[in-house]
Design a protein around this ligand. Structure first.
Ligand code: GDG
Length: 464
């Protein structure tokens, strides 16, 4: 059987040197299966109903183009002004517009039609993330019988919030057209099952799978991870100081897309409070790297301004002629430099108000030297906190709690730092990138579109 893996995501990854967890995980799978990656790319030609091959890599990349109206209504609109805030428990930021809903459905329908012309009967289709929730339903409508899996990278929404959607009943229905629904954490699985339990159209089978009309679907958690070996190697590159001459010491680091879900304003406030309370006379900095994202969506413009204001206020209060407490870098930094910065930082700050997993938490831990590791301060609302319980877990709504954790991290003795780091690193290794993809695809292969369930496949211990 010539089984290929077809990955579909909103954005087509480019470059031969994959960096993000998702891209790393899928790079090898696609190269080995001779499959392809389908996604939007601005270089794709005009919409003639066919994908355009882009780039030269061990696997094919097939691009479709989004029109300006689709970027506005499907991408910035329904995906990032409805689904993103909804899943991140920011119902107050949801913007409803009929144009958004129509464009979301229309893009999913169009891409489904293009995929139908591309696949063969034995292909496994793996759809990534919230931009494409209705894709399987559209593919089924076109008569595509293949196994189709879905992975949601962001938190599964709470049941009550789903009523905010323009047609809440379609959300569950769309998902049931997938043979397998993959989520980041056990908490996400619990919320997804709660949604199905509350839906009279869903029936739970004895093996835990869900029957919905003619479909059977399964829901499992597959915590995503990073390529630990390569990130550790980048972090430990000798002789390359990420700062050059002016090296601040000691410092804490935060690295996030500039997104309201990452809890940056409270992180800055907590750092200010820590500076206010500190007794020991040290002059630590917070280096915050936050490349802009989704510009043009009001909530993102607002938070950028808020952070600029907080940086000015805190630096104005505490800075000295030769010390800048907060270095707010509102642009991207090259990945290997980031890895070396993580290794030098005494504390890594992840303070998300909601987060599917958070790969930065895993990268920070992977980058540390085992002899003299820094301390991860981790929000209990990040998916990563479900397993990394030896980080300093904090409540990102509680400024005092976070300020206390920063103080504790800077003063923690070596043996405690080592002990915590060893346990966190074990979690990072147990959920490394390759295992995530392998486990998902093993489970997807074993799924069938009938009520006769196959035997449970053997998975890596991570999923026991
Ligand atoms: C979504 C979910 C889930 C950031 N700034 C720079 C840079 N980055 C890299 C980080 C990390 C990645 O971007 C961010 O990943 P996260 O997981 O932290 O967050 P999201 O982008 O929101 O990702 C999340 C993830 O999907 C995977 O499933 O974990 O919960 O929200 O790799 O290092 N990289 C470089 N320069 C930067 O300035 N090179």
């Amino acid at each position: 059987m010539n089984e290929r893996v077809i990955v579909v995501s909103n954005r087509l990854p480019m470059g031969d040197n994959p960096s993000g967890g998702l891209v790393v995980s899928l790079h090898d799978v696609l190269a080995a299966s001779g499959g392809c990656w389908i996604g939007a790319h601005p270089d794709a030609g005009s919409d003639d109903g066919r994908f355009e091959p882009i780039g030269e890599t061990p696997y094919r990349r097939l691009a479709f183009r989004l029109s300006d109206a689709e970027v506005k209504n499907y991408y910035l609109g329904f995906s990032n002004s409805v689904l993103w805030p909804l899943c991140h428990r920011r119902a107050d930021l949801v913007k409803i517009s009929p144009g958004f809903t129509d464009a979301y459905r229309a893009v999913n329908r169009r891409v489904a039609e293009m995929i139908k012309g591309e696949i063969t009967a034995t292909d496994l289709i793996w759809v990534q993330d919230y931009h494409f929730i209705p894709l399987a339903r559209e593919l089924r409508r076109l008569g595509v019988p293949n196994r189709i899996g879905f992975f949601l990278h962001i938190p599964f929404p709470v049941l009550a919030d789903l009523s905010i959607l323009p047609s809440p009943e379609s959300f569950a229905q769309d998902l049931t057209h997938y043979n397998l629904i993959g989520l980041q954490t056990r908490g996400d699985v619990a919320r997804c099952l709660e949604m199905f339990r509350s839906d009279p159209r869903a029936e739970f089978m004895t093996d835990g799978s869900i029957k919905f009309a003619d479909h059977v679907t399964r829901v499992r958690s597959f915590p995503i991870g990073i390529d630990v070996t390569s990130f550790r190697a980048q972090a430990a590159q000798d002789g390359k100081d990420p700062f050059g001459a002016a090296s601040p010491e000691p410092f804490a680091i935060g690295v996030d897309r500039l997104d309201y879900s990452k809890g940056l304003p409270n992180r800055f406030r907590a750092f200010g409070r820590y500076l206010e309370n500190r007794q020991d006379g040290i002059r630590p900095s917070l280096i915050q790297i936050a490349p802009p994202t989704r510009q043009g969506v009001q909530a993102y413009d607002d938070i950028t301004e808020e952070l600029q204001g907080l940086t000015g206020k805190i630096n104005g209060q505490f800075a000295e002629l030769d010390w800048t407490p907060i270095r707010f870098i509102n642009r991207s930094v090259e990945r290997s430099r980031l890895a070396r910065l993580f290794r030098r930082a005494r504390a890594g700050l992840v303070t998300s108000l909601a987060d599917g997993m958070n790969l930065v938490a895993k990268e920070y831990v992977a980058a540390q030297s085992e002899d003299d590791p820094g301390v991860l301060i981790l929000s209990r609302f990040a998916g990563a906190a479900e397993d990394m319980t030896d980080a300093l877990l904090v409540n990102p709504y509680d400024i005092e709690d976070m300020a206390g954790a920063i103080d504790r991290a800077f003063r923690m003795d070596l043996s405690e730092r080592r002990e915590r780091h060893r346990a966190c690193l074990e979690c990072v290794i147990n959920s490394r990138a390759g295992l995530w993809a392998e486990n998902f695809l093993t489970m997807l292969r074993a799924s069938v579109e009938t009520l006769e369930m196959p035997p449970t496949p053997e998975l890596h211990p991570q999923l026991n």
